[in-house]
Design a binder for this molecule. Structure first.
Ligand code: ADP
Ligand code: ASP
Ligand code: MG
Length: 411
């Protein structure tokens, strides 16, 4: 008898029919003899709606009350799923994050898990019940309800799978697995049967929304087996494993991210300490700087560009403006219309032509590359936002990601 933690995303519990289908799915798993713990997200777009409501009644939006509000979405969903199970003749009980044993710090809207002690979940399992846990929530060291942040239900599921010693954590979503690129953008994107933790982490760090990056980090550090699969079918999805399979693809996936802006500080003095001053000031302002490029110096002056989240542009601009004299800078320019397109693949480490093919493909499609950054298994280019979708489609075709790895041409 195996134990599975199964997490169902918003779409997968989006309406009463979907909730009944989740109950049917659990009934089949139980018939097979497996034990199941469910973790559910808020129904459909409910989290967005709750955030919108808060926006309409409050400008201060106190963190404690926001968390009470948002976690209500998951609480409603887990009660409804549990009722649907009862109707199938399956004994079940719903649990809030707090009841499920999730202790967190006091950082509202983005709480970190300190400890998970799911003794009530174990008791429910021992009593032959299917526990249904509200995702993305816990109770703080101050005894207040906390929310783990967007996408936090994946993290709940992984943490619970680890604490219960489950055989696997299954993340059920509205697509059949992790794809070679966003299937909404490229219709012939291919579902991957396996992906390594390294590659999936690079994907989630560069714009792939599924699974939430934090949950992948957690799964990796605790050795939790992850299986991303469709809530609408029984077809196996994507297994996330430490080791890549033998016939590893050179390139595994293409991602894109439009959540960042570019800031350029131009004409700064080219002398020791300038970058240190600039990035210390940005760090003090809690700006998450991502890619950084510094030009070659001409006549002792240089430009420094970096990317940062859109929502931190105002804070960053005022931090930089306050030190333009010390930097010797003559302007601070912000560019909101950029996107980052990334190529991910563990196989690129031993294949020198990968970057050249990427740049040639962009050039053939008239796409200008503004910044480049690399890791051992990733190459990212900053391009105009309006050209991001073209770049993704062109690269997907150039590396033949629509084909099985063994049928692709060498790059
Ligand atoms: P859930 O609500 O089930 O937790 P999300 O809605 O957050 O899931 O994410 C699922 C969506 O992520 C899919 O509908 C898909 O369009 C999108 N997506 C983007 N890139 C990829 C990718 N490479 N592989 C799979 N899904 C992707
Ligand atoms: N419902 C929350 C969100 O959409 C948390 C989650 O389900 O992961 O972000
Ligand atoms: Mg979702």
């Amino acid at each position: 008898m195996a134990l599975y933690v199964q997490k169902f995303g918003g779409t997968s519990v989006g309406d009463p029919d979907r909730i009944r289908e989740v109950a049917d799915h659990v009934a089949r798993c139980r018939k097979r003899g497996d034990e199941v713990v469910l973790v559910v997200s808020a129904m459909g777009k409910e989290t967005d709606e709750l955030l919108r409501l808060a926006e309409q009644v409050s400008t201060s939006k106190p963190g404690r009350e926001m968390d009470m509000l948002i976690t209500g979405g998951e609480r409603k969903a887990c009660a409804l799923v549990s009722m649907a199970l009862h109707d199938r003749g399956i004994e079940s009980a719903s649990f809030t994050g707090s009841q499920a044993g999730f202790k967190t710090d006091t950082t509202h809207r983005n709480a970190k898990i300190l400890d998970v002690n799911p003794y009530r979940i174990r008791e429910a399992l021992d009593a032959g019940k299917v526990p249904v846990v509200g995702g993305s929530q816990g109770v703080s060291s101050d005894n207040d309800v906390t929310f783990f942040g967007r996408g936090g239900s994946d993290t709940t599921a992984v943490a619970l799978a680890h604490a219960l010693g489950a055989d696997a954590c299954e993340l059920y979503t509205d697509v059949p697995g992790v794809f070679t690129t966003d299937p909404r953008l490229v219709p012939d994107a291919r579902k991957m049967d396996h992906i390594s933790f390294d590659e999936l982490l690079e994907m989630t760090a560069t714009g792939c929304p599924k699974p939430a990056m934090r949950s992948v980090e957690l799964a990796r550090s605790h050795g939790v087996t992850l299986h991303v699969r469709s809530a609408f079918s029984w077809v196996p999805g994507t297994w996330v494993t430490e080791e890549a399979p033998m016939e590893r693809a050179i390139i595994s996936a293409i991602t894109h991210d439009t959540s960042e802006a570019k800031m350029t500080v131009s004409g700064v003095s080219d002398r020791p300490g300038v970058a240190a001053l600039l990035f210390r000031r940005l760090a003090d302002a809690e700006v998450n700087v991502d890619m950084i490029v510094q030009n070659v110096s001409a006549e002792g002056r240089t430009d420094i560009s970096f990317t940062l989240p859109h929502e931190q542009v105002a804070v960053a601009a005022s931090a930089v403006t306050s030190i333009t004299d010390e930097l010797g800078a003559d302007a601070v320019i912000t560019d909101d219309d950029i996107a980052r397109v990334s190529l991910i693949g563990a196989g690129m480490q031993t294949n020198p032509g990968v970057a050249a093919t990427m740049f040639e493909t962009m050039s053939a499609h008239g796409i200008n590359i503004e910044m480049i950054s690399t890791s051992a298994i990733r190459i990212s280019c900053v391009v105009r936002e309006a050209q991001a979708e073209d770049a993704v489609a062109a690269l997907h075709a150039a590396y033949e990601l629509d084909k099985a790895p063994e049928d692709r041409i060498d790059v």
